[in-house]
Design a protein around this ligand. Structure first.
Ligand code: 4AD
Ligand code: MG
Length: 462
């Protein structure tokens, strides 16, 4: 009698088999002469019902006292279930209480709001929704590695602590061991970082891109998949202070190749999750957003639309809409603009390229018009930007000029510039926000509900 995951029992079990399951009680019903225990172990959406009868030695003393949240080990015989909606149940031969749950267990059967569940980071993974989110995250992560590994990309572990600011936006968390009450100062009164742990001002990375470029210019095709940190004070449903980013980087690649990879990538991920999590996806489609299945199927089947920023602005201007933020050539596209393009104009994902250089990062390839850069944003329904990428500036002079135009300190980018002197090559890449992807796939409205432990302004509990 071996212990099995509930998912395996439901998939492969045969009636009459002796089985053992371990898990937590989602619901418990004690009727006159029998107790029904709904055991869940997180392996799949459904739990399995164990039927416990008074013949059990500990029935009165323990089983009848079981409540929602208790942890149990049930051994017994698998039987076809007469109940509707469940294939099997377990006729319990023994029920062992592994961990009792106090009466004030906060996850009772009623539906709780997502806001309330955020205060229960230590328990919310036991709910249907968060169990499903965790399984979809897992399937998506697996599909990400599969996609790149099949194509011969090398997984690069980029550093989390860094001295360089990739996006040049300065929204970084400092990493320091200096005593905040007694910071050493230089003669001019500035903080003396030479006495800090790394001898320089160090911060948490906003992106692994610059290091991925180093790797691509040696290993050709690489990808990173790691945590990134942004201290932007955005209290929105699409921003986290700590999020996971997937960043492929390819040598000998231009913006067209970059777009092709991004499209193939999102198609692969949608297909992978639809195939490996059908029950979880059906749940999201029924309970959270009635369009997620159709949207994901469309991603797989339909080609993405491609347009330049200049075309996008023209479409927005012609739309006759009065946007909260007015549009004209040169402005940053806001999420209302992105959503108009995707949801109303095209009706499927859109890739926008060639943005004005003033609104994009210093490292992007300057196009021949000298006004735009070979940037690429992939926009999807409900989310807006899910991927941001570009062809990189691989020409030393142009790069140096952009660093200066952006007011960035050239000496801090010394090695990045040197890469352009020692065997430079055209290269391109992008970053996919992993939580935006999971949000898109599950239809959940708030990004805080697709990461196990959200970090946002004012909140880093658990
Ligand atoms: O567009 P971003 O800032 O691009 C980069 O960081 C590049 N260095 C990537 C590259 O070319 N290798 O960020 C990439 C993606 C965005 O499209 C978005 O999906 C996600 O990261 N993202 C966030 N997700 C959650 N919370 C935030 N605060 C995010 N900021 C960006
Ligand atoms: Mg971006």
């Amino acid at each position: 009698m071996t212990k099995e995951r509930i998912k395996d029992l439901l998939d492969r079990g045969a009636p009459g088999e002796d089985v053992t399951v371990e898990g937590w009680l989602r619901t418990v019903r004690h009727s006159k002469n029998v107790s029904f225990l709904d055991v869940s172990d997180g392996s799949c959406m459904s739990g399995i019902q164990a039927v416990a009868a008074p013949e059990l030695a500990n029935y009165e003393a323990e089983v009848r006292k079981l409540t929602t949240g208790c942890c149990v080990r049930v051994a017994g015989r698998l039987a076809e279930s007469p109940g509707k909606g469940q294939r099997y149940e377990i006729q319990a031969g023994s029920v062992e209480v592994v961990g009792h749950a106090d009466d004030d267990y906060p996850l009772q059967k009623k539906r709780h709001s997502f806001e309330f569940l955020r205060t229960l980071g230590h328990l919310r993974m036991r709910t249907n929704t968060f169990g499903a989110v965790m399984r979809v995250r897992n399937a998506a992560a697996h599909a990400i590695h599969g996609f790149f590994q099949e194509r011969g990309f090398i997984h690069l572990h980029s550093p989390i602590i860094t001295l360089s600011d990739c996006e040049g936006a300065g929204e970084m968390f400092r990493v320091s061991t200096l005593d905040p009450d007694r910071t050493p100062r230089t003669e001019s009164g500035a903080v003396d970082y030479s006495r800090d742990f790394f001898g320089k001002e160090a911060r948490l990375t906003v992106s692994g891109q610059l290091e991925a470029e180093i790797a691509a210019l040696a290993l050709s095709n690489v990808y990173t998949f790691g945590p990134t940190f942004r201290s932007e004070n955005s209290n929105t449903s699409r921003h986290l202070a700590e999020f996971w980013m997937v960043e492929p980087e390819m040598a000998f690649c231009d913006i067209q190749g970059d777009m092709d990879l991004a499209e193939a990538f999102l198609k692969h991920l949608a297909k992978g999750v639809l195939e490996s999590c059908p029950d979880d996806m059906a749940f999201f489609n029924e309970r959270i957003d009635k369009t997620v299945l159709e949207t994901l199927t469309d991603i797989v089947d339909q080609p993405f639309e491609r347009m330049t920023y200049t075309e996008a602005v023209a479409i927005l201007e012609r739309s006759g809409r009065s946007f909260e933020y007015p549009v004209s050539w040169g402005v940053n596209l806001q999420s209302e603009h992105e959503r108009y393009l995707v949801e109303e104009h095209v009706g499927r994902p859109v890739m926008v390229i060639d943005y004005p250089k003033e609104i994009k990062a210093f490292y992007m390839y300057l196009n021949d018009d000298e006004r735009t850069v070979a940037a690429m944003d992939v926009l999807v329904p409900k989310i807006g930007e899910i991927i941001g990428g570009s062809q990189r500036e691989h020409r030393l002079d142009q790069l140096r000029q952009r660093i200066n135009e952006c007011g960035l300190p050239e000496d801090e980018y010394w090695w990045y510039l040197e890469l352009r002197r020692y065997g430079s090559a055209p290269h391109a890449g992008f970053g996919l926000g992993f939580e935006r992807l999971v949000q898109f796939m599950t239809g959940l409205g708030n990004i805080r509900d697709v990461i196990p432990f959200p970090r946002v302004p004012g909140f880093a509990e658990f």
